[in-house]
Design a binder for this molecule. Structure first.
Ligand code: PEP
Ligand code: MG
Length: 758
């Protein structure tokens, strides 16, 4: 065992975990096994301890951490105080000297001052092998004595990052007993890098999985780029899969500043293969050695420079470990974590679908796995027992359709299509957003829990606020009717159109506009008929161009930098009047057939003139709009702010499209899983807009409703009832709970009013 403050990595091994942490000890072991690890040294946990003691900041530091970690503001304040204490303190002369002398030694192999990476390796005194992976920071491309010393301190300070504090408290670790070793290693200026699982990360089979992308490994580790994917069967050394991804960004060292920067990958390299077969097989060999060294499958970070392979770190694959029981621990044992988009639990065979031509692979009960679902996948989604996607947020296509189909779904996992393989058996928990390897008995038991089973058989409370339901695909009609909703608050016709065999323009081009109108009529009729005489608010077309382009004949759809802010909603119909006219013809036909329960809802309005022009157009095409309810969706903050002007234009109802209203108010792309944590439909800014609209509409008797996802959240529903909304349209699976919450809230309001009268 070593006892210096600063030691070379080759001097440490697994017996030194208490001194250099798991990461440091593991690197030492790898060097001993002659694996290609970049040279480096460790500033030990004892040096860190001495630093705290010598500066006399111990009491202040640890008392700063005694806070309620569930309060995000207080937690952030604790982080700030603790980090400041560390960063303001000085490193003692002898530790400083040792760090500098080892750094100078490293520089000998370089022409200049060497660039180093400084990584944290935490240790817990009672539990030497406790894993704190990913809790603390790594600093790349650090150069020069002063910067190295500063980065060591920053590394130490990262032990008191909010996430790390939270994690330790929740896991019951005493802050005083957790120390941090800083590992300083020569930087590998990687041309390409990635991760490798020395055995299959979910099944533990002898199959090595390698992911790689251009530049430093940051892009792969953080999930910001879709990497290439290679699989090698170790039994016969055969490369069984080579999936080449489009790699749009990379992290590299800026030659000027030495800092790590994110850059676009040069056009000609984007779809180039990152690893050749030779490199793949060499990596597999190294994976075998490291697996043998530790006796269990390893998750390795690798990098390649000038054809030379380096192993940056290695740790056991936790996903094959024994399952644990608590929710947080479950997330650790899960194979994948994403957003729970549609509740329910399912177990089945994964089937990877890259486009519609592969839909036949999905048999009844299989689990459909895709980067993102598209409308032409709906037939397969109907057969699937669950859906898992790489991309998307709670209001993406996969989320909306799976909720309507009552099919459990986890979206935005980032890695499903690269981690899962065809035929592997998995359990999907659509409520918690987790995907497990094999059959997860505890989850399956929960699925059978009668409390969890949605049933519409219970007696239905009567509410003054109407409770409606959202429908997007005709196939969901029966389930929607079963909810006994008071009507349909949103019928999205684009999902119906996107489910047709070809783009509307293609029908027109082939002289088959009548056929197209007929298709539209049939699909809408399925819903308006099933609900008759209850009202069905049919929304005019609102499909983003990227979804339309995928259809046969959809090549003419414009390519937009940001389709969410682009050519969609009423702005599209007012330009493409050829299509708008066909929609109007469909509405006329339905009314002719006797369906007087139709209302028309205009999406994405931003100025009253759009409402005026849409009404004028419909009237000019023979639709008697005075006989039907006409309304708008409030999805753009501007429309909410000048709602009085829309009212003056003449309308019967407004409906909050909170999926869009939230994204436009908060500048958070609703389909982007990277910013999903900022997507908050209850943000005070969003609620304020809603409140303003309800107040204005109530003054003049214009009906108000909500059809965005937020309406399915009982908490939001409660608030909206308090604000005086006239109806709420929820997802099929949420109707019952929302109805109960609305009934209770109404009772509370009545009680309160009665008490106040006394
Ligand atoms: C909304 O924006 O809330 C909405 C219901 O419309 P869509 O999700 O179809 O954009
Ligand atoms: Mg919308």
């Amino acid at each position: 065992m070593v006892n210096d403050s600063v030691v070379w990595l080759e001097e440490v091994g697994k017996e030194d975990i208490a001194i250099v942490g798991g990461k440091g000890a593991s690197l030492g072991e790898m060097i001993r096994a002659e694996l290609p690890v970049p040279r480096g040294f460790a500033v030990t946990a004892q040096a860190f301890r001495r630093f705290i003691d010598e500066n006399g900041i111990s009491d202040e530091l640890f008392s700063a951490l005694e806070v309620d970690v569930d309060d995000a503001d207080i937690l952030r304040e604790a982080e700030k105080r603790a980090k400041k204490l560390i960063l303001d303190a000085g490193i003692s002369h002898d530790i400083e000297k040792s760090i500098i002398s080892k750094y100078r030694e490293l520089c000998k192999s370089e022409e200049d001052d060497a660039f180093v990476a400084i990584r944290s390796s935490a240790t817990a005194e009672d539990l030497p092998d406790a894993s704190f992976a990913g809790q603390q920071d790594t600093f790349l491309n650090i150069r020069g004595e002063e910067d190295v010393l500063e980065a060591v301190k920053k590394c130490w300070a990262s032990l008191y990052g909010a996430r790390a504090i939270y994690y330790r408290v929740k896991q019951g670790f005493d802050h005083r007993k957790v120390n941090l070793c800083a590992v300083v290693q020569l930087m590998v200026d990687a041309e390409k890098a990635g991760v490798m699982f020395s055995s299959h990360p979910s099944t533990g089979e002898p199959v090595t999985i390698i992911e790689g992308a251009w530049g430093l490994g940051e892009s792969v580790v953080s999930g910001s780029v879709s990497p290439d994917y290679y699989a090698v069967d170790k039994r016969n050394r055969k490369i069984t899969e080579r999936r080449i991804a489009i790699k749009n960004i990379m992290h590299i060292k800026d030659p000027q500043t030495g800092k790590t920067v994110e850059l676009p990958v040069p056009e000609d390299k984007r779809d180039d293969r990152v690893l050749d077969d030779d490199e793949i097989l060499k990596l597999v060999e190294l994976g075998d050695i490291v697996e043998e060294l530790y006796g269990i499958p390893q998750d390795v970070e690798w990098a390649i420079k000038d054809k030379e392979i380096f192993m940056l770190q290695s740790r056991p694959i936790t996903t094959i470990k024994k399952k644990k029981e608590t929710k947080e621990k479950e997330a650790v044992s899960a194979l994948l974590e994403g957003l729970g988009a549609s509740p329910g639990i399912a177990y089945g065979e994964a089937k990877l679908i890259s486009d519609a031509s592969e839909l036949g692979k999905v048999k009844d009960g299989d689990i459909l796995v895709a980067v993102m679902t598209t409308p032409d996948m709906v037939p397969a989604m109907k057969r699937a027992s669950a859906i898992v996607t790489d991309e998307g947020g709670l209001t993406c296509h996969a989320a909306i359709v799976s909720r309507e189909l009552g099919c459990p779904a986890v979206v935005g996992t980032r890695k499903a299509t690269s981690l899962l393989t065809d035929g592997i058996l998995i359990t999907v928990d659509g409520e918690k957003g987790l995907v497990f390897n094999g059959k997860k008995e505890s989850e399956m038991a929960r699925a059978l829990d009668p409390e969890k089973t949605v049933s519409f058989a219970r007696s239905k409370p009567i509410t003054a606020t109407e409770i409606k339901v959202n429908v997007s695909i005709p196939e969901a009609t029966a389930r929607a009717v079963e909810t006994q909703a008071d009507g349909v608050g949103l019928l999205r016709i684009e999902h119906m159109i996107l489910g047709l065999p070809k783009h509307p323009k293609q029908y027109i081009k082939e002289g088959k506009a009548d056929e197209y109108v007929n298709e539209l009529v049939l699909r809408i009729q399925t819903v308006v008929d099933a609900f008759y005489p209850k009202p069905v608010w049919v929304r005019t077309l609102d499909a983003p161009t990227d979804e339309f382009r995928a259809m046969e004949g959809g090549e003419g759809e414009p390519i937009e930098p940001n389709p969410m802010l682009g050519y969609r909603g009423i702005r599209r119909d007012l330009i493409d009047t050829e299509h708008f006219e066909l929609e109007v013809r469909a509405f006329r036909e339905l009314i002719k057939r006797g369906y007087n329960n139709i209302g028309i809802m205009i999406p994405l309005v931003q100025h009253p003139s759009e409402l005026r022009r849409a009404k004028e157009f419909m009237r000019s095409k023979g639709l008697d709009i005075d006989k039907i309810d006409i309304g708008i969706m409030v999805e753009i903050p501007a429309a909410a702010l000048i709602i009085d002007q829309f009212i003056s234009e003449g309308l019967d109802f407004v409906s909050f499209g909170t999926n869009d209203l939230t994204q436009y108010t908060l500048a958070v792309d609703r389909n982007n899983e990277h910013v999903a944590h900022l997507y908050n439909e209850m943000h005070p800014g969003v609620m304020k807009l809603i409140e303003h609209v309800i107040t204005e509409c109530n003054k003049v008797g214009v009906k108000t409703s909500i059809c965005g996802q937020a309406g399915s959240n009982p908490k939001v529903a409660k608030r909206l009832v308090e604000l005086g909304i006239t109806s709420i349209s929820a997802n099929i699976d949420a109707v019952e709970t929302v109805r109960e919450m609305v009934a209770r809230t109404e009772m509370q309001l009545i009680l309160k009013a009665t008490r106040e009268m006394k």
